[in-house]
Design a protein around this ligand. Structure first.
Ligand SMILES: *Cc1c(COP(=O)(O)O)cnc(C)c1O
Length: 239
């Protein structure tokens, strides 16, 4: 049955996370598994929830809001990991717990302004284009500190760390270097901004390596829910 597949795939990913933590001599409690459920039906999320999954990550605001409203559970955390357009920030500010893709002040300002006053501060990460890939969003490493200093002043945001989407098809050695570079950036950032404990990096193809390099959040889609159809890729931007 399809539902059982999600459960057993989650068990498998959890085991691989445990193995990676043991190898890296890091406590398992320091790595959070985010189930990337974009394009997948709510029934798949429910199966994941019943298997114990409590963090869901989505790329398209409208799709995510519908799932969140229809979900028969209230205690999950919802992470926005898609491209941010400044005219579409409101549902994200209203419905999400985390936003991983902040890469400019204008977006951060809007998210803060639009965060409902009765909700806790929105937890945000700055997206870093660690691969210097023109096809990827994010600030360059040299721009992280300046943006962080400004974002940290916004009243309804809580800056928690850094996120990256690495370029496709990098060699393992290059990927390792880039993950370590992001880890080093976060280690510098935390000296100024003590809440910046989080490092969101690693997807289905590379999460054990990301964990070895210090990831605290891994974003896993296809290894949990199966492959997505080709037009539903990570870079679709008509959120
Ligand atoms: C889709 C997506 C993922 C998950 O990718 P998989 O390779 O399916 O695990 C992770 N991060 C972001 C930003 C994504 O858009």
């Amino acid at each position: 049955m399809k539902e059982m597949q999600v459960t057993s795939r989650i068990r498998d990913v959890q085991q691989r996370i445990r193995d990676a933590c043991r190898l890296a001599n890091r406590p398992e409690s320091k790595v959070t598994l985010l189930a990337v459920s974009k394009t997948k039906p709510l029934t798949d999320l429910i199966e994941a929830y019943e298997a114990g999954q409590r963090h869901f990550a989505e790329n398209y605001a409208q799709e995510a809001v519908e799932k969140r409203q229809q979900a028969p559970f209230q205690d999950a955390q919802w992470h926005f990991i898609g491209p941010l357009q400044s005219n579409k920030t409101r549902p994200i500010a209203e419905y999400f717990d985390w936003v991983h893709t902040v890469d400019r002040m204008k977006i951060a300002q809007r998210l803060s302004d639009q965060r409902p006053p009765d909700r806790p501060a929105l937890k945000v990460l700055i997206q870093v284009n660690i691969s210097h890939d023109p096809a990827k969003a994010g600030v360059l490493p040299s721009q992280v500190m300046a943006l962080a200093d400004k974002v940290a002043l916004l009243p309804n945001l809580n800056l928690r760390g850094l996120m990256t989407i690495t370029a496709n098809d990098l060699s393992e050695e290059t990927l390792r270097q880039q993950f370590i570079e992001l880890k080093n950036l976060q280690s510098t950032l935390i000296k100024q901004h003590s809440d910046c404990t989080e490092l969101s990096m690693g997807m289905s193809g590379d999460f054990p390596l990301a964990i070895a390099c210090g990831a605290t959040m891994v974003r896993i889609g296809s290894d949990i829910f199966g492959s997505r159809t080709p037009n539903q890729t990570t870079q679709r931007s008509n959120a």
